[in-house]
Ligand binder design. Structure first.
Ligand code: FPP
Length: 255
């Protein structure tokens, strides 16, 4: 561990830069989920268009994945586009579709070489351009045998939509009311094999869930940081893990 001088708002602030070794001894979450928020504000502060903030978020995403690999976190979920994000200005939506497609083309080989399995949680509806779906399918196929870490991109994802889809499946299967249990609903979520997130990180100082993994977050530990997503690096992941290690999880019981 070492201290680093960083400039925050024009003032010199002491900030601890953590490495994986600083938190590797404690319990490491099996599943970390991130709400990558603050790209637009990051860009606005620099007088840049919002899309430049998204572009800068790519490095943060890759560094967070690297950090997760260093720590041996086997499951990561990243919120890349919500079912509500279609309400953003059309040019931003268009940009985000193209950006997610090109990000996969740029990064899938290196993620594959690192042993990362790429998956997508969300609705494959008519609004997602065909070519984006094609890149998604190619990335899934390319990386499907990897097991070091599973990176799930929540794309055209909504927590409520996921629950609706699970219930629709149950109804379509003719499941009787008394057979509608938590276990039955869970088994119809997009990825029933995935453990619930132990830790959720939201950047940019916003303190809300925004329709992310509503079912799965029931007992997750939530960490909110002021850091804007494009500035997020693995040290911030390690800080969140350290925070997580100080929490006492009770799951409704007593300790
Ligand atoms: C939820 O906030 C946040 C998201 C759905 C993440 C959106 C992320 C991006 C658009 C950038 C993706 C970046 C990379 C690098 C792939 P919200 O804004 O949907 O919800 P709110 O209105 O409640 O804040």
């Amino acid at each position: 561990m070492h201290d680093d001088q960083v400039s925050a708002g024009g003032e010199q602030a002491q900030q601890e830069v953590l490495s994986a070794a600083d938190v590797a001894e404690g319990p490491v979450p099996a599943h970390v989920a991130c709400v990558m928020d603050g790209n637009g504000r990051w860009a606005a502060r620099r007088g840049l268009p919002r899309t430049e903030g998204h572009a800068a978020g790519e490095a943060a995403l890759l560094d967070a994945v690297e950090g997760a690999l260093e720590l041996g976190i086997p499951w990561i979920t990243m919120y890349a586009f919500s079912t509500e994000n279609w309400r953003r200005p059309p040019e931003e939506v268009r940009y985000l579709m193209g950006f997610n497609e090109s990000l996969l083309m740029r990064r899938r080989d290196e993620l594959n070489e690192k042993g990362v399995r790429i998956r997508f949680a969300g609705r494959r509806d008519w609004r997602v351009p065909k070519r984006v779906l094609t890149r998604m399918d190619e990335s899934i196929e390319l990386t499907k045998r990897n097991r070091r870490c599973t990176l799930t991109m929540a794309f055209n994802y909504g927590g409520r939509a996921e629950i609706v889809d699970a219930v629709r499946d149950l109804v379509a299967d003719g499941v009787k009311p008394e057979k509608v249990t938590e276990k039955a609903i869970r088994s119809h979520l997009y990825f029933p094999d995935q453990p619930d997130p132990d830790l959720v990180i939201r950047t940019s100082g916003e303190h809300r869930i925004s329709n992310f993994l509503l079912w799965q977050l029931a007992y997750s530990e939530l960490v909110f940081t002021e850091v804007l997503w494009p500035d997020f690096r693995r040290t911030h992941l390690f800080e969140a893990v350290r925070d997580f290690q100080r929490r006492q999880r009770r799951y409704g019981g007593v300790t």
